[in-house]
Design a protein around this ligand. Structure first.
Ligand code: G1P
Ligand code: ZN
Length: 544
């Protein structure tokens, strides 16, 4: 006999969601009561699960399948009405966001640590998305955190595993478990937004595409859309089979971790277009034959050309970027008379702007681009947008980029990550700099004079909520800037992110290597923050 068990528990320290949900080492998540406490706290924070419906799925990393079974049994015990699950408990993050909206559920639970490696000793994560399909805003994540600090019991249905391998409906007690094809609805949505005929014709004409799914969740999505629906030859999508440890790869689409793709795109006989996506399918990297497109530039190019895609033919309502993202998109917005919003880091800050109809397009320098078709960033969406633009313009990536820089100028941009730092030491570096912010204007560092400095605070223009302490920004005379903040997605130690930007109006100086173009800003930022002196590091671990 199946029945509901009420299990006594105690608060577990460290269940505070970060930039994007709760992320921990997998063994931490597998500790007794750890997952259960957090899931019960989600339900408690949203006023209970009774009578509600949810979407559930994840990126397939190690523990995804077990966690999904636990969550289903807890949803049933908390008297949820229905849970819609991707077959095999798989759903890319954008596909989950779409399903929440399409099926008008009361939210969804996404199992992912995004671009962090997966496996028994790597990372796991759980994220709650609200009924608009977007990551829970801070008010909700704070309520979840408070619930984790007060929890005394959780409810779980004692039953066998639900078979998630076949499509259709089954029951877990009173609750309906509906297993759906994780790809179909998402692929259908993409067909409504982009000119599949034009892309198909371009590919049939010999345009070669390479998509690296990095052994993560986008494999089946990319195969269905690029190969089955758009006619790209079989084998266009590589690393297409999702593996629970991502084949030991680091599923983060950037030049460092997607080096194999970069080498191919810069090698002899390179394809015309290359792209990669991350663990849960919300990030993207775009590369042309011999030309890398930085995420900030990609956002700007999309802003300038989105009207070429049928779903965006009416133009954009406005655009938004996270504060550390380059101002390349601002130049396009200014030229086109679009409102342009600057938000803190993290996709959750775009939700209100999209719900209020203030923006259509959003992006982050961290390989995130998306629109109001869902409430998450969307890797394959960005790839299809690019393919649509190239098909409509009958142009190469290199020519599109060169033309863009000539028209709007170029924002040289780079992010330097210092990883595995001692948390106290990294915090101290930022605290020290924060303490000097007011006095910095007028200071000269490595030949650059500081024009303005502050700790970024954001007032949401829709609900008035204030998010302070979102990153230290230092603007130099002439407009170059450096931004510093600590990562909120890591699971060990601290990562200091240093974002660097310098704009050049053109027509000269548009072809410099970004690291070279940014050298003075890099030197000034190092000197002001005392990176060598206080962190004993001179070189970053990852440069994007
Ligand atoms: C990082 C990125 C941020 C992104 C988040 C989730 O967060 O910097 O832009 O929204 O991952 O993909 P961080 O580790 O910097 O807090
Ligand atoms: Zn991701």
């Amino acid at each position: 006999m199946s029945q509901i068990a009420t299990v006594a528990t105690e608060p577990i320290q460290g269940q505070k969601p970060g930039t994007s949900g709760l992320r921990k080492k997998t063994p931490v998540f597998m500790q007794r009561h750890f997952l259960e406490n957090f899931v019960q706290s989600i339900f408690d924070a949203i006023g209970g699960a009774a009578g509600k419906s949810f979407v559930l799925g994840g990126d397939g990393r190690y523990f995804n399948d077990r966690a999904a079974q636990v969550i289903l049994r807890m949803a049933a015990a908390n008297r949820a009405r229905r849970v819609i699950v991707g077959r095999g408990a798989l759903l890319s993050t954008p596909a989950a966001s779409h399903l929440i909206r399409l099926r008008r559920t009361d939210g969804g639970i996404i199992l992912s640590a995004s671009h962090n490696p997966g496996g028994p000793d790597e990372d796991f994560g759980v994220k709650f998305n609200t009924p608009n399909g977007g990551p829970a805003p801070e008010a909700v994540t704070e309520a979840i955190h408070r619930a984790t600090e007060a929890i005394t019991e959780y409810r779980i249905y004692e039953a066998h595993d639900v078979d998630l391998s076949n499509l259709g409906e089954t029951r877990l007690g009173e609750m309906v478990v509906e297993v759906v094809d994780p790809v179909a609805d998402y692929a259908d949505l993409m067909e409504t937004l982009f000119d599949f005929n034009a892309i198909r014709a371009m590919i049939a004409g010999g345009f070669r595409v390479r998509f690296d799914a990095m052994c993560a969740v986008t494999g089946p999505y990319a195969v269905e859309i690029l190969e089955n629906r758009l006619g790209a030859p079989s084998g266009t999508v590589v690393n297409r089979l999702p593996l629970n440890d991502f084949g030991g790869l680091h599923p983060d689409p950037n030049p460092v971790w997607a080096k194999v793709l970069m080498d191919e795109m810069f090698g002899a006989d390179a394809p015309d277009f290359g792209a990669a996506s991350d663990g849960d399918g919300d990030r993207n990297m775009v590369v042309g034959k011999g030309v890398y497109v930085s995420p900030s530039d990609s956002l700007a190019v999309i802003a300038a050309n989105a009207h070429l895609a049928p779903g965006y033919a009416a133009g954009l309502a406005g655009v938004a970027r996270s504060m550390p993202t380059s101002a390349a998109v601002d130049a396009v917005a200014a030229a086109k008379g679009l409102d342009c919003y600057e938000t803190p880091t993290g996709w959750k800050f775009f939700g209100n702007l999209m719900d209020a109809g203030k923006v259509t397009l959003c992006g982050e320098e961290s390989f995130g681009t998306g629109s109001d078709h869902v409430r998450e960033k969307d890797g394959l969406w960005a790839v299809l947008m690019w393919l649509n633009i190239l098909a409509a313009r009958r142009d190469s990536v290199a020519d599109v980029m060169a033309g863009h820089f000539r028209t709007y100028g170029r924002n040289y941009y780079s992010r330097h990550d210092f990883e595995g730092l001692d948390l106290a030491a990294a915090t101290a570096v930022l605290d020290r700099l924060r303490g000097r912010m007011a006095d910095l204007p007028g200071t000269v560092a490595a030949g650059l004079t500081v024009a303005a400095a502050d700790d970024f605070a954001y007032t949401d223009p829709v609900d008035g909520s204030v998010s302070a302490g979102q990153g230290l920004r230092i603007v130099f005379d002439g407009g170059a800037r450096a931004v510093m903040r600590l990562s909120g997605t890591g699971t060990t130690g601290a990562t200091l992110r240093l974002y660097l930007e310098r704009s050049v109006p053109g027509p000269d100086g548009l072809d410099t290597d970004p690291q070279e173009a940014l050298a003075p800003v890099i030197a000034a930022a190092h000197e002001l923050a005392g990176i060598e002196a206080h962190l004993d590091r001179s070189e970053p671990d990852v440069i994007t």
